[in-house]
Write a new protein. Sequence first.
Length: 253
Amino acid sequence: MLLDFLGQHDADMIYLVGDIIDGWQLRRDWHWPQTHNDVVQALLAKAQTGSRIIFIPGNHDEWLRSYFGTHFGGIEVMAQAQHTTADGRRFLVTHGDQFDSVVVNAKWLAHLGDTAYVFALWLNRWLNKARKLWGGPYWSLSNWAKQQVKQAVSFISAYEKVLVNEASHGGYDGIICGHIHQANICKIGSIDYVNTGDWVESCTAVGERADGSLHLIDWAAIKRRQRMIEHARSGDPAFIKRREKRRKKKEAA
Ligand SMILES: [Mn+2]
């Protein structure tokens, strides 16, 4: 998806807002298919044809934090950056994990969190199997998950406030970050909060128009729409059948 996106977009300035290479995962299980190389090549090609590319390492690619001030084939590595939009707004560009108290205060805790999550999924599978065998009391995973979501929502809003606070103290008009996998463009008080989201689940990026306005690009949603239009134009009978089914369902409802 990212490769496809890069193939259809160009910019004078490109910021890679961290966690581009998941070192934590690579250390556990090395996985580097050709498409990963293709993404790197696509970025290097852009750097060579005149885009300025700034890479701000995140916590998952923190080993690159010892390369601040250097560049790889024209891709500059920086701790953070300052971006001024065409309409004159000054943004602090940062990955954002330094504001995530769990990651800052206890790195081992964050790693544990990652492993614990995988373990919880595994455990849930086995618990449910055991419950079926012995007819044990019902434990609602969905209730538990909802509770987690509530906590996640309050974490996200707390995180957004902390980052906006940081921008405000630094005298910036806004902040551009990533880290929490939650794309968002909004105003909190007088400060613009911009989170670019991710390319793991949501496939989002933030673009700046010629007038300096920032907009969220939901590449997954755009691709879905494109496919729908292509299917409709091609007169694919399977697609038409599905569409009819959806229409009937809507009418019935
Ligand atoms: Mn991160």
